[in-house]
Design a protein around this ligand. Structure first.
Ligand code: MN
Length: 307
């Protein structure tokens, strides 16, 4: 990450957690490939979509070998949900069917609402070196699945980074932490998306809304969640947090220098019908989507660059 472009801000509030949620399941991702042969780990897989509603997918990618990423993701469609791409290292060029273009690089993110449909490409703009980051899929409520598409490119400097009083930092992509509002706020699903960097021995607390599904994904080091005898989540593992009604947040301790994503959101409790890059509520809507895509009705949708 290009830390020279990240300005930290002080915390303006504490996160007072009386009782922490626990990990009720540790998940090891599945190695797979997508796009034109990009190697990645699918951390949140289809069988967890109900449990982690409103989140549909989390892919983690990280490699120094260009053969693992050089093919990128050539033109492909999406409809019915949002994609959030967070780049720790590397450069990826985005282009869509409405003529929009953006460069996603070191520490930046792109938030895209596919809504009624986009066709886009995501291609590496580097021929060697490290490529590391994540893509999260966030569902849209039934009433918003056919909304006008938009996206927002957020350079590293646009993502608030909070210096924690006890050491470490939290980057607030969405939601709020320690009194600092994130780069993006979304209605209905109210996503919280944090990237937490903690030195060994330090503890991080975050309040979580009761009823919101939540998980963490550790990508460096190892952490203990909840009590001192709580579950240990090691690097490249996801910890699914329980929904204990008495818990008001989560407390996470770094067993060694650790970095992890903490993600939570309000479940939609609506039917999920997925066919590859299309996520709707019913099979009939999927058939309609396939027909719309086949007949070229995606490429004519004007995406507007939101501010
Ligand atoms: Mn895509």
């Amino acid at each position: 990450m290009d830390t020279t472009r990240i300005q930290t801000v002080p915390a303006t509030a504490t996160e007072a957690v009386q009782r922490s949620r626990s990990v009720d399941r540790v998940v090891r991702g599945i190695a797979t490939s997508d796009g034109a042969g990009v190697k990645l780990t699918r951390v949140l897989t289809q069988n967890l979509q109900r449990r982690l509603d409103p989140f549909l997918m989390l892919d983690a990618f990280g490699t120094d070998n260009k053969d693992d990423y050089i093919g990128g993701f050539p033109d492909h469609p999406h409809r019915g949900f949002e994609t959030i791409t967070y780049m720790l290292a590397g450069r990826m060029r985005h282009r869509d069917s409405a003529g929009h273009e953006g460069l996603l690089e070191n520490g930046g993110a792109q938030w895209m609402v596919a809504g009624a449909g986009v066709v886009h490409s995501e291609l590496p703009e580097q021929e060697d070196g490290r490529m590391e980051g994540f893509q999260l899929w966030l569902n849209l409520p039934a009433a918003d699945k056919m909304t006008t598409p938009w996206y927002r490119d957020m350079p590293a400097s646009a993502i608030p980074t909070v210096a924690l009083p006890s050491g470490g930092t939290v980057r607030v992509l969405a939601g709020a932490s320690h009194g600092v509002a994130g780069a993006v706020t979304r209605p209905v699903t109210q996503p919280l998306y944090l990237d937490v960097h903690l030195p060994a021995g330090q503890t991080f607390a975050q309040t979580l809304t009761a009823g919101h599904n939540a998980f963490l994904y550790v990508y460096r080091g190892a952490v203990t969640v909840g009590d001192a005898d709580g579950a240990v989540v090691e690097a490249q593992r996801m910890g699914v947090l329980d929904n204990a009604t008495r818990a008001d947040g989560v407390v996470i301790k770094a067993n060694e220098d650790a970095r992890f994503l903490l993600i939570a959101g309000q479940p939609l409790n609506e039917p999920i019908a997925q066919y590859g890059p299309f996520v709707m509520n019913t099979q009939d809507q999927i058939y309609q989507t396939l027909a719309d895509f086949r007949d070229g009705r995606f490429a004519t949708i004007p995406a507007n660059q939101a501010s």
